[in-house]
Design a protein around this ligand. Structure first.
Ligand code: AMP
Ligand code: MG
Length: 352
């Protein structure tokens, strides 16, 4: 049995002594330990990317399959040169446009990137985050930091420190609580090793954003037709993911049709002795009188929906809900990423 760690939880607020806390966290990273920190996407569980033993601890703490490679985080463009063997012109353009930010670039790896990080691939995923705590931690530690989402593998990614505490208490050395994350969904992952860049995971930087800089960009076919037997290029996308304990059923169609069908299925679930819950939006709340709902926000403000999504899924678990009826949103812009995550959490999709 592994010994439980004495996890230190620290909160950074505007007037707090952030430098002192981050210096302590940086020392943990340099000593081969694990630090959870906020980013603008979700919370990350970080270790020194150049220390295989430390990286190994990430996989153990999360219960992450060894064949799912990690994203390496940097705090300046200069740091990229050490990690990759080449930076194609298109990658340079995207990094200039969107770094620091919620964009991960897949590039040919350099010799210093171990197989532990890349799961044996000849490429490495790199991101330059914009969250100030994340940036300071990378800068002060002086190391590239490998940091996947700070959840138990398979569960929804953490967007608040309380989610991390639920999953990783006793499994990491420190948790830095920096409040709620901004976007609430993981970064966009783009493969830059082919001529036309390919989105392997949709996120905060949208296909339209990328096209505005490069002119062209494609989705990995596995993202679009997830029910077909196409193997995703991003190993992480092949796993069922983002799942609360409750079953999730996704409804697509017009708002009125969705609401009508959800109401029927809700009653049916009650008859079966289940505890259903509805993930609603401002526009549909009115259809679900006196039913158990959690509202994700305004459908026309996708950033509100993305920032609430994972936290709603976890809240339903806390409420003892065992089947969640989730409404689809439009698959445009950030909506593509939202639907990718809900789609992966869902056991089935009903189109009405
Ligand atoms: P996470 O850090 O938990 O947000 O997950 C990182 C995502 O990036 C997973 O879906 C990985 O499979 C993907 N990823 C990391 N490295 C690579 C790589 N070299 N090639 C393709 N996908 C990658
Ligand atoms: Mg993850």
């Amino acid at each position: 049995m592994e010994n439980k760690l004495n996890t230190k939880i620290v909160r950074i607020e505007k007037n707090n002594n952030a430098q002192e806390i981050i210096s302590e966290a940086a020392k943990i990273i340099n000593d081969g330990g694990l630090v959870v920190f906020p980013t603008e996407t979700v919370y990350g569980i970080g270790a020194d990317a150049l220390n295989d033993d430390a990286v190994d601890k990430i996989f153990k703490a999360k219960g992450r399959p060894q064949d799912n490679p990690l994203i390496v985080h940097i705090s300046s463009m200069d740091e990229l040169n050490n990690l990759v063997s080449e930076i194609p012109e298109k990658a340079k353009k995207l990094s200039e446009a969107f770094w620091p930010g919620p964009l991960t670039l897949i590039l040919k790896k350099s010799k210093i990137m171990s197989d532990k990080i890349t799961a044996g691939l000849d490429t490495v995923a790199v991101r330059y985050p914009s969250n100030e705590i994340a940036l300071q931690l990378i800068k002060i530690s002086g190391k590239p930091i490998a940091a996947p989402s700070a959840n138990t593998s398979g569960k929804p990614s953490p967007t608040e420190a309380s989610h991390v505490i639920e999953d990783l208490m006793g499994k990491v050395d420190m948790i830095i609580d920096g409040g709620s994350t901004y976007i609430g969904l993981e970064s966009t992952v783009i493969d830059m090793t082919s001529d036309i860049p390919m989105i392997l995971r949709p996120g905060g930087i949208t296909k339209e954003d990328v096209e505005s800089i490069l002119g062209e960009c494609e989705y990995d076919p596995a993202i679009i037709k997830s029910n077909e037997k196409i193997i995703p290029k991003s190993p992480g996308q092949k796993y069922r993911h983002y799942s609360p304990k409750a079953e999730v059923i996704l409804y697509k169609g017009s708002i009125e049709n969705i609401a009508e069908k959800i109401n029927q299925d809700y009653e049916e679930a009650l008859h079966q002795g289940k505890h259903p819950g509805i993930m609603s939006t401002n526009q549909t709340e009115k259809y679900y009188n006196s039913k158990t709902t959690l509202c994700m926000g305004d459908r026309t403000k996708l950033l509100t929906i993305s920032s609430n999504l994972f936290s709603c899924l976890r809240k339903f678990d806390e409420m003892g809900v065992d089947v969640i009826f989730a409404e689809a949103v439009e698959e445009q812009g950030l909506g593509k990423a939202i639907m990718n995550r809900v789609g992966k959490a869902a056991s089935k999709t009903i189109t009405v």
